[in-house]
Design a protein around this ligand. Structure first.
Ligand SMILES: CC(C)(COP(=O)(O)OP(=O)(O)OC[C@H]1O[C@@H](n2cnc3c(N)ncnc32)[C@H](O)[C@@H]1OP(=O)(O)O)[C@@H](O)C(=O)NCCC(=O)NCCS
Length: 253
């Protein structure tokens, strides 16, 4: 199905509510809480993940940014998800987006249909939402900063996942494969979305990817006081290990 709002120059195909893709598959346009983001599969940002342009106030502005990206110079810096006035658009997109999107009075939001929670790979722009999700669940550890998360995602394609309900990140599971074992970190579902199978979907996808890599065993560490975590992993067939975990923080530069 094609979006009604599309301009004749760049056709966007609707994938699902709030997500569109160009015919050649290079650009994905996604509605987020801050506006429309354009993900470019052919360019990476400073952290090595798919480059995000925007956020833009309208889908037409996002489309104009795609046209600019196809013809303009390659952007060099990542664009973080932030309110529109704080965004740092590329020179090419700035000319198009700021002039092509005159301020309009806000329109009343249309009634929202029930949305499907989507499992997708983590992106650079997810960092703040993920850290908020983890903070609320009492998680937080070394490696939660954007650079470390991007490194994890680069080294583990298809394993570092989030669950998104529209523009909101409602779940996470960070998988990794070290060549001997699979590891799964930060499995969290937002309290509003629990017991709907979201963590199950995340882990199913990670386990499938690990199996395809030839990984014979997946490990997970959970806090001793996490009863729900223990219930969840037991329900998935994970057994308590008898080995004790030792750890040491290393000096990195
Ligand atoms: C554990 C957690 C990730 C589960 O997420 P979820 O999306 O609600 O899990 P699912 O809906 O996929 O649950 C699958 C199964 O796990 C078990 N389970 C999940 N949460 C449970 C709970 N609170 N109590 C008992 N069993 C539970 C059930 O068997 C459930 O199947 P059912 O709903 O058909 O009974 C979530 O409760 C959470 O984020 N907790 C806080 C963080 C945490 O402890 N993470 C785990 C350690 S890494």
């Amino acid at each position: 199905m094609v979006d009604k709002e599309q301009a004749p120059d760049e056709k966007l195909k609707r994938e699902r509510a709030g997500t569109y893709r160009t015919a050649d598959g290079r650009f994905t346009v996604e509605q987020t809480s801050s506006g429309w983001l354009v993900m470019d599969a052919e360019q990476t940002d400073e952290l090595g993940l798919a480059l995000a342009r925007g956020p833009f106030t309208t889908i037409d502005a996002a489309r104009a940014a795609i046209a600019a990206a196809r013809t303009g110079p390659a952007p060099t810096s990542a664009v973080r998800e932030a309110p529109q006035r704080k965004a740092t658009p590329t020179p090419a997109s700035a000319a198009k987006t700021t002039t092509a999107t005159p301020r309009r009075p806000p329109r009343a939001a249309p009634p929202r249909p029930a949305r499907e929670v989507v499992i997708r790979e983590m992106r650079t722009v997810d960092g703040d939402a993920l850290r908020a999700l983890w903070r609320d669940a009492g998680f937080g550890s070394l490696g939660d900063d954007d650079r470390s998360l991007a490194r994890l995602a680069r080294r583990n394609p298809g394993l570092v996942l989030v669950a998104a309900d529209g523009s909101r990140v409602v779940g996470s599971a960070l998988g990794a494969w070290d060549g001997r074992r699979g590891w799964i970190y930060h499995v969290v579902t937002a309290p509003s979305h629990r017991r709907r199978g979201i963590a199950t979907k995340l882990i199913d996808q990670i386990e499938t990817a690990l199996v395809s890599l030839g990984c014979p065993k997946a490990n997970v560490m959970i806090r001793p006081d996490s009863d729900e975590g223990a219930e969840f992993w037991t329900a998935r067939g994970y057994a308590v290990s008898t080995s004790r975990q030792f750890g040491k923080e290393l000096e990195t530069r």
